[in-house]
Design a protein around this ligand. Structure first.
Ligand SMILES: [Zn+2]
Length: 143
């Protein structure tokens, strides 16, 4: 009988960046897959301890929000005019050193209210267009 040797797939060490990326994704997966484990302390710890655990998790979420706000704010690629039909690049400054945008509006992310997105506008016309459009879609009561 012929025994086919199964060759082990070659195991090359991952480059450091790839290794770090996989570790980060594994951390995220663990939160999704081990949801019950993350929740178990809320059922099983004495209430005082469970409250302290809740506080620890809340601090992580607060730090995460701060980090994400920082990253979103640093993303100069997002500095485009938010006028409904514009989108002109507003990163950088004019020759006189002033910013290219004339108005800035901070709006909360609808799914993550702790995250703030800054919107920039190239001119008053586009700012007004945006305000009119967003008031319409936000369903004002008309009172
Ligand atoms: Zn514009």
């Amino acid at each position: 009988m012929k025994t086919a040797k199964v060759r082990e797939p070659e195991r090359r060490p991952l480059p450091p960046s790839e290794h770090a990326r996989k570790a980060v994704l594994a951390r995220w997966e663990s939160v999704k897959e081990e949801r019950e484990e993350w929740l178990r302390p809320f059922y099983q710890l004495p209430i005082n301890s469970a409250m302290a655990y809740l506080e620890d998790l809340r601090k992580i979420c607060e730090d995460a929000s701060r980090i994400m706000n920082q990253r979103i704010g640093d993303n100069k690629l997002a500095m485009r005019c938010a006028g409904p039909h514009c989108g002109i690049d507003l990163s950088g400054t004019n020759p006189n050193g002033r910013p290219k945008w004339i108005a800035k509006k901070d709006v909360r992310d609808p799914n993550h209210p702790e995250i703030i997105h800054s919107l920039y506008f190239c001119c008053e016309l586009h700012h007004n267009e945006y305000v009119r459009m967003s008031q319409g879609s936000m369903g004002t009561t008309g009172q």
